[in-house]
Design a protein around this ligand. Sequence first.
Ligand code: SF4
Ligand SMILES: [Zn+2]
Ligand SMILES: [Zn+2]
Length: 460
Amino acid sequence: MRRLSDTHVHLNLRDFARDRDEVIARARSAGIELLVNVGFSLTTSRESVRLAEAHDFIYASVGVHPHEASTLTDALLSKLRSLAEHPRVVALGETGLDYYRDLSRREDQRNAFRAQIRLARDVGLPLIIHNRDALDDVLTIMDEEDAGSVGGVMHCFPGDAAYAREVVARGFHVGIGGPVTYSRKGRLLDVAREVPVTRLLLETDAPWLTPEPHRGRARKHGQRPRNEPAYVADVAETIATIRGVDVADLARATTGNAMRLFSIGATQRPSIAYEMWGNLYLNITNRCTNECGFCVRYQSDTLWGYNLKLDREPTVEDIVEAVGDPTRFREVVFCGYGEPTTRLDVLLDVGRRLRTAGARVRLDTNGHGNLIWSRNIVPDLEDAVDSVSVSLNAQDAATYSEICRPKFGEKTFDHVVGFVRECVKAGLEVTTSVVAVPEVDVEAVRKIAAGLGVPLRVRG
Ligand code: SF4
Ligand SMILES: [Zn+2]
Ligand SMILES: [Zn+2]
């Protein structure tokens, strides 16, 4: 079952008067776990709250849209503040700037945007930002009003990949909906491909912006193509295809992002075992002897919707129980938010049990095992794992030290290379990897791997 979310809908509108309950039921059946109904005026904000009170998976956002900016008086702002304190309200917005339709004076739009960023900061809620033809002004106001301190989402993303980087750098998420399905190329597809998965949110903006194929189908029958939350599945499919990932993984990851951003649901329990791409990954420790600048654990506790921040290190029994039947997976991989060989006894015990049960086992490692244990651990690995993937990470010791900041200092790189050599000698199936950060000379790393007689995987 897909775990989807729609972070921007307007189900309170008249468009849904006739069949709102059926639309909500279809959203549920499509696997939508959370839905944020977005207000754009005082009235629609109140309607959003009422919808959220009536349905346990619907949450509300309250705010005044740039089209309505001229209506935002102090009295209205204080009513919004009271609404924002309702427990079902998870965000402030939609607010922002719309210079395309200019339905309110631009000066009023800017003032209303500033006032709502301040309100969001006061009440501690993330922002839902609407931005049309106002790219520069939106960023300027976000900076001047310190919108980054509450974060949020720029919905119906209006810019290119460079603009997305600016938005992400300010602690914001990128909301993508139906328009990503409209053509096979273009800047929104670049954004959908490049934005870090931890900052991606899915939305429909229903009743507008119906994704394909529903849009084309309705038009063919001469109907107005009304959008609805269940169609977020088509947005997910399209983005998963663009990124070359499984749609279930993308759905789970983006839903995890939404839950985190809007502080929805109980804090997710840490995952010891997590499933991705047909493999099962084991997260047995959060300790590591490197501090790589690019390490994802410094960016987020969650990866693809799984919480990998352990509250304690699991025992062998915990891990075996979390795995269940290991033959269901292509491979079981020791990986996670830490270096597995720091827990060598546990790794060996679990690895042997998994292999006895018929699983194929891989170890993803930084290659420090022999330094950690001051001996050659590779012979121990032989009956616990089938294959080993070692992160080479650099072309020489100085670069390695600079980007990985290893606990063992400059000598570490030579030991990593030596570890690969020992693994090859022991007859293990060995691969190496490198993350293509600017400091790294990928071709030089490729030569080192070739010299060791092992393949190199270059990661983005
Ligand atoms: S070796 Fe892996 S887990 Fe450790 S800091 Fe580097 S990327 Fe993170
Ligand atoms: Zn909008
Ligand atoms: Zn909207």
